[in-house]
Design a protein around this ligand. Structure first.
Ligand code: ADP
Ligand code: ZN
Ligand code: ZN
Length: 674
């Protein structure tokens, strides 16, 4: 008798671009698509996502193995979520399993069934608490009001660009729109709120938590312990969490009642994953909203050019908040200090020193922004010209004085600071240029009485130390804060009235065509930290050798629009994104020739009938060719048509995968840096 069979077809986290069939012995209950199955794979047992349940397999019977377990305790992942994974897999040219499985919390992929059931019980037990009674709810101003109305009245798919100057109260708009949606839909609504880096914006998490019942807020980011991550993920998956607040990985959260997506600081590069599946959480957010026919809000004071262009072209609806929300809080006065005329001593011009002194006298806070950590970017010998190269990278070893080390920021190599020049023996080896540590040292000499704090990746290595440092700034225990881009984002410092920007010029002449856009965003953001309370107007001093540069002119005028429009025109002229769609094939190997040879073969794997409208550029070494003794090269593929590029990649990659090479390679769609 032919007996009934159950085959589960699963996606597994492997580089193999295929699905895998297994036998399932039991009939009752039948497994369902969206459930997780434990299956044997090689010598291991791993978790797969069931994408189909079939009654036969194309594989011969003797090749089929048995699935070991189906995680029946977990409500199946829904078709909507699977569709998101399928789209991401296709768009970024990855196997489905490599997208779907890593999007699940680790404990779901590894833990025993019992701990899953325990975690599921825990969410059932969560009792919604009431929000704090003393929560301050500012009355919305007119601009905020109409923004909230527009968002809450939206039906179906509607992408918004919420363009609001720094301090214009975008957060209030998000919170009110969320409240309005939740009250409209009741228990049947969930809202996804994405932020670039949760650890740098703890204020936002606090605000969200105090506005919404504690149990209704789930957070998802890489800083959570695995157990916590599972609990929060399950709360979202079970529809219990009304608000999911998270970093880019949260865009893949399973949320059965998703009704609104908010992407705060949508221009932020950290929305782009830089390894593995190199996805853009912002772009996936827009796709997901479209698929679900719900609104999505992209908020920023300095939107990405992609988003700005879409808004200008009418594809996104633009909402503007042109003024600061706090009463009387004007935008800061931005001034350029021409270092060609006013000589800087030890990095500080007299104008900046005077401005700092005034703040100290008035007991107001200042912020010094320098996007370079360490003491000095390089040390050098005057006598013979020796400089501290990293022997493993095309980069310098950076001097870290407090740690008494030279450190390579690219490969992590460290060694002692040489007492004399390694080539000529000269004892006078000097630091060149300055980073945050040196600025801190010089400030202490200039203002011995001032209380300083430095916030950068080095000073905040220990978990929680960034938070502690920010807290002490907020409590007023710091007079001058020195920091890298870590301090530029989101913080609402109430007593900070001066921002000094040191040495931002490098980015003006970068080979990276996005450097200008990024610098403008960073400077506007960091300027936006000044004068937020409205008691005194903030002042921003930018020390530059190029005071005539249009970027600075736009900054003084707080004119994002003018600068963005000029960049857009440049990009159109130069056929760069958003007028061009790109994919980057990267290869790395111990020898540069290996990497370049692979790219050369890949270029030949192009089939003629898929190439219409596609430009395959020559393979070239990357600007920073060597990192950690690995040589790196790349080849850029371009098209003015996104569908043509997608069509090409799909036809091309199977051939690339077949190339025999010792190079490691990866493909990135929509690369941020080329
Ligand atoms: P953004 O994110 O746009 O830079 P925030 O949301 O941080 O701005 O708001 C800036 C400040 O303005 C915050 O201190 C916030 O509490 C305050 N604020 C927001 N809306 C209002 C309002 N309608 N009236 C008064 N203050 C407000
Ligand atoms: Zn020397
Ligand atoms: Zn190195």
């Amino acid at each position: 008798m032919e007996h009934f069979r159950v085959i589960v077809r699963v996606a597994l986290d492997t580089p193999l671009n295929q699905l895998f069939d297994y036998r399932w012995k039991h009939l009752d209950p039948l497994p369902q698509p969206g459930q997780l199955a434990l299956v044997p794979f090689g010598k291991r047992e791993i978790i797969g996502l069931i994408v189909a349940v079939l009654d036969h397999s194309e594989l011969p019977d003797e090749k089929l193995k048995d699935a070991l377990d189906v995680r029946a305790g977990l409500p199946p992942l829904r078709e909507e979520w699977m569709a998101l994974c399928r789209f991401a897999a296709e768009y970024y040219q990855r196997p489905l399993g490599e997208v779907a499985i890593p999007a699940l919390p680790k404990n779901l992929r590894t833990a025993k069934t019992t701990s899953l059931e325990r975690a599921l019980k825990k969410i059932e037990l969560l009792e919604p608490s009431t929000p704090g009674a003393d929560v301050v709810r500012p009355t919305l101003n007119d601009a905020q009001h109409s923004a909230v109305d527009a968002i809450s009245e939206a039906r179906g798919f509607l992408p918004f660009l919420l363009h609001g100057v720094t301090g214009s109260g975008k957060t209030e708009v998000y919170l009110h729109a969320a409240e309005s949606l939740l009250s409209r839909h009741g228990a049947q609504a969930q809202i996804l709120m994405l932020v670039p880096e949760i650890n740098l914006t703890p204020q936002l998490e606090g605000q969200v938590r105090s506005r919404f019942p504690e149990a209704a807020v789930a957070t998802l980011h890489s800083g959570l312990a695995e157990g916590e991550r599972l609990r929060h993920w399950l709360a979202a998956h079970a529809g219990r969490a009304a608000i999911v607040l998270g970093t880019r990985l949260a865009v893949m959260a399973s949320m059965p009642h998703l009704k609104l997506i908010i992407v705060d600081e949508e221009h932020d590069p950290s929305y782009k994953q830089q390894e593995g599946l190199r996805y853009s959480a912002r772009d996936l957010a827009v796709w997901r909203a479209h698929q679900l026919q719900i609104p999505v809000v992209l908020g920023s004071a300095t939107p990405s050019l992609e988003t700005w262009h879409a808004a200008q072209a009418g594809r996104y609806r633009k909402i503007e908040l042109l003024e600061r929300a706090s009463r009387n809080a004007e935008l800061p006065l931005v001034k350029l200090v021409d270092t060609g005329r006013e000589k800087a001593i030890g990095g500080f011009t007299p104008a900046l020193i005077a401005a700092l002194r005034t703040r100290l006298e008035r007991k107001e806070q200042s912020l010094l922004y320098l996007n370079r950590r360490g003491y000095a970017p390089v040390i050098a010998c005057d006598a013979c010209g020796w400089v501290s190269h990293c022997r493993r990278c095309t980069a310098f070893m950076v001097l870290h004085k407090p740690e008494r080390r030279l450190r390579c920021h690219h490969c992590g190599l460290e060694h002692f600071i040489p007492k004399s020049c390694p080539t000529c023996g000269n004892v006078d080896v000097q630091p060149m240029g300055r980073g945050t540590q040196r600025i801190e040292e010089q400030l202490q000499d200039l203002f011995p009485e001032a209380r300083l704090a430095r916030i950068d990746a080095d000073s905040t290595r220990r978990k929680g130390s960034a938070q502690t440092a920010f807290d002490s700034v907020h409590r007023g225990e710091v007079d001058i804060l020195i920091g890298t881009q870590m301090v530029a984002k989101g913080h609402d410092f109430r007593n900070l009235t001066l921002v000094g920007v040191l040495n931002p010029d490098n980015a003006l002449f970068s080979h990276d065509y996005r450097a200008g856009e990024r610098l403008f965003a960073q400077l506007l953001q960091v300027s936006g930290r000044a004068g937020r309370s409205g008691e005194r107007r903030g002042e921003v001093l930018i020390q530059t050798r190029y005071p005539q540069h249009p970027l600075y002119a736009a900054l003084i005028a707080h004119d994002y629009r003018r600068y963005a429009d000029s960049l857009i025109a440049e990009r159109q002229q130069a056929s760069l994104p958003p007028f061009m769609h790109q994919a980057l094939l990267r290869a790395e190997a111990p020898q540069l020739e290996t990497a370049l040879a692979f790219l050369g073969m890949a270029a030949k794997a192009v089939s003629v009938d898929s190439i219409a409208g596609i430009v395959v550029n020559d393979p070239i070494p990357m600007t920073m060719t060597r990192v950690a003794n690995t040589e790196r090269a790349q080849m850029l593929i371009e098209s003015v048509s996104r569908p043509a590029l997608q069509f090409f990649l799909k036809a091309w990659l199977p051939g690339v995968r077949n190339i025999k090479t010792r190079a490691r390679w990866s493909l990135e769609v929509d690369p941020l840096e080329i």
